[in-house]
Design a protein around this ligand. Structure first.
Ligand SMILES: Nc1ncnc2c1ncn2[C@@H]1O[C@H](COP(=O)(O)OP(=O)(O)OP(=O)(O)O)[C@@H](O)[C@H]1O
Ligand SMILES: [Mg+2]
Length: 391
């Protein structure tokens, strides 16, 4: 699938932009701050309905506007899909597909798949668990759209249970009975999420090992993945072995239920839910140690790149190339890593690349070109690309 046409209204710095796009690589080139990342961020939003740069939607709406609109024509083979997402910060988004409103906006999730690699991804290796949980869950939903509902339900139950825990200390009696009911919902949904996350990690780990070896070159330590869970059965953080057997969703629910019961006293004291996938972490391993706190800056970058290439390989193996988005990453990579990334980027059905300096982008990816500057984005025709390359 690829984006054939992108149209934005009041999205970030763009009041209005209208851009035909082609399959294969396209470079968005222009000076710092002209709005290149904003353009590809909008494509990423189509896939996840969230931004890779901010956790809330408000910054995505142009200053002074009430809402932003991202519209796209998507091509799969000879079929075309029109989508329009109206971003309403603080309220539900509105999604229209082929001009018909969608009942639930989240039903759109999974319809477009992107893999986005950006400087922010260093946080996958070095940042808080929140970043890694988000990475896992977004990928889960893009592989299995049904899980968007499980995740939303889990978040809702968690919120209500936390509210109840806060008041339960005072109320006791009745509140405790209600808590038992919420425990059932929480562990049922939690078990499903844990099961899905473990399955994903098991699939992703060998891809990461392979991608990291390619990126980091000969003699590098092996990269792996583990899961560190507040539900002991779901993982203690050790790297997952390829031949391991994973627990079932029912077993995970049961294990989570036991753990929740054990920790009820602490939860009442602290007024919050301490057990569940919302407190877990994906552990990235490099050789014998977890990468976080040990890996060098360069190794951390390679791991982040490896994770994204692994994601690309996983989604590709499931039948369709995701749209590859490379935001400002070539300048910071050395020759070996650049080559590893360029190889994938060249083969993807569509790759969108941003760069302030064209020369930072490997020559074989410099086909399609969009010039971004002065509040406009303009697609260069092949003649103009040739002339601009001679300059
Ligand atoms: N909600 C918004 N409303 C208006 N302008 C915004 C909004 N959000 C971001 N901007 C502006 O967008 C610009 C940044 O755009 P963007 O991050 O796409 O730049 P870029 O071309 O990728 O630059 P660089 O090469 O430095 O990465 C900034 O000038 C910022 O002030
Ligand atoms: Mg940028």
């Amino acid at each position: 699938m690829y984006v054939r046409h992108l149209q934005l209204g009041s999205f970030r710095s763009w009041e209005h932009v209208d851009l035909p796009l082609s399959p294969g690589p396209t470079v968005f080139v222009g000076r710092n701050g002209e709005g290149k990342t904003n353009l590809v961020e909008a494509v990423g939003y189509l896939a996840t309905m969230s931004s890779h740069r901010v956790s809330a939607d408000a910054p995505l709406v142009r200053h002074g506007a009430a809402q932003a609109v991202v519209r796209a024509a998507l091509r799969r083979g000879d079929r075309e899909l029109l989508v329009e997402i109206e971003i309403n910060p603080g309220r539900a988004n509105r999604v229209r597909v082929n001009r018909a409103p969608m009942q639930r906006p989240r039903d759109w999730l999974g319809m477009v798949r992107t893999v986005l690699f950006a400087p922010e991804d260093l946080a996958l290796v070095r940042g808080d668990p929140t970043e890694r949980r988000r990475f896992l869950d977004e990928l889960l939903v893009s592989r299995t759209p049904r899980l968007a509902g499980v995740r939303a339900d889990y978040d809702r139950v968690l919120k209500q249970r936390n509210a109840l825990l806060k008041t339960a200390r005072l109320a006791r009696g009745k509140a405790i009975e209600t808590l038992d009911v919420w425990d059932g919902h929480l562990t049922d949904l939690g078990g499903q999420l844990l099961f899905a996350r473990l399955g994903l990690i098991a699939d992703l780990a060998p891809q990461l090992t392979e991608a990291y070896a390619r990126v980091a070159g000969d003699g590098a330590l092996a990269a792996g993945l583990g899961y560190s869970s507040t539900t002991p059965l779901a993982g203690d953080g050790a790297a997952l072995r390829p031949d391991c057997t994973l627990p079932t969703a029912a077993e995970l629910t049961e294990a989570m239920r036991e753990r929740v019961a054990e920790r009820r006293g602490d939860e009442l004291d602290r007024g919050m839910t301490l057990v569940g996938p919302h407190r877990d972490d994906l552990v990235i391993h490099l050789g014998p140690a977890p990468a976080k706190g040990f890996a060098s800056h360069g190794e951390s970058w390679s791991l982040a790149l490896g994770l994204k290439l692994a994601t690309f390989a996983l989604l590709r193996a499931e039948g369709e190339d995701p749209i590859l988005i490379l935001d400002d990453v070539f300048a910071t990579l050395d020759a070996e890593r650049r080559a590893a990334l360029a190889e994938v980027a060249r083969s993807a059905e569509q790759t969108l690349i941003t760069a302030a300096v064209l020369e930072d982008v490997p020559a074989e990816l410099r086909g399609g070109r969009v010039e971004v500057g002065g509040g406009t984005a303009r697609v260069l025709d092949p003649g103009e690309v040739a002339t601009s390359d001679e300059r």
